[in-house]
Ligand binder design. Structure first.
Ligand code: NI
Ligand code: MN
Length: 231
């Protein structure tokens, strides 16, 4: 079993009981944050791109906790420029990294990177017997079908806020392309510009695909299980 803790916007923690994997830790200045950057504990930090609402507190949390930061080299370079000492692991699209809890594969995202020479990415995370796709910030793209075919995704964490990323309808289509059984919407309601009717997203996604949509609010947890996840 893997515990998903939603910290608001695109920041979440996966905990398999032994290892904690934090993603896109934008907490300082995040109006939806449910935890302070100083209070987060983790072993690994996955960063999708260098926009402030994703790279956020990565360097500071890594320096404090000793967590290893995974990202595109250009994005890690920006972390190094912002604060202190931390362990970084650079990788790139299509590459996999084996870690003590399982592995991560870096995949495409259609979005700008926030740093010259970099590109934005998503991750497929293998942890606790589950395959979890974290799309990062992205538009809808047809290769999501390829990601789903290759990785047999159990849970997809998809942005639905529109304006900067996919909106409701494109995220519903993404769910169908991915073939995932479960979706958790993220990256919405943080600011007025990405305010969304998440219940409408659940309705259209569940009518368009075979997936169940789990609405998790910032500060809430969801136990990820294959057959009977509830939220
Ligand atoms: Ni972005
Ligand atoms: Mn964003």
């Amino acid at each position: 079993m893997v515990k998903f803790s939603y910290y608001g916007h695109a920041c979440f923690l996966l905990d398999d009981g032994k290892y904690k994997v934090l993603a896109d830790p934008f907490l300082t200045g995040n109006p939806a944050a449910s935890i302070k950057a100083e209070d987060v504990e983790c072993d690994y930090i996955l960063v999708t791109h260098a926009h402030g609402d994703h790279i956020g507190d990565a360097a500071a949390i890594a320096a404090r906790t000793g967590a290893e930061v995974v990202g595109i080299p250009e994005v890690l370079g920006l972390c190094e420029g912002t604060s202190g000492n931390f362990k970084g692991h650079g990788m790139n699209i299509g590459g996999s990294l084996t870690l003590p809890f399982g592995k991560v594969r870096m995949v495409f995202a259609q979005h700008s990177s926030g740093v010259p020479g970099g590109i934005a990415c998503g991750y497929v995370i293998y942890i606790g017997g589950l395959v979890i796709y974290f799309a990062g910030d992205t538009a809808l793209f047809s290769d999501m079908e390829l990601i789903g075919k290759k990785d047999n995704i159990d849970f997809a964490l998809l942005p639905i806020g529109d304006n900067y990323t996919m909106g409701l309808e494109d995220a519903a289509m993404a769910t169908k392309l991915l073939g995932t059984r479960h979706v958790i919407p993220i990256h919405y309601d943080t600011w007025p510009v990405i305010q969304q009717d998440v219940k409408h997203f659940k309705e259209i996604t569940e009518s368009l695909s075979r997936a169940s949509v789990h609405i998790v609010k910032p500060g809430e947890d969801l136990e990820l299980e294959l057959c009977d996840a509830k939220a």
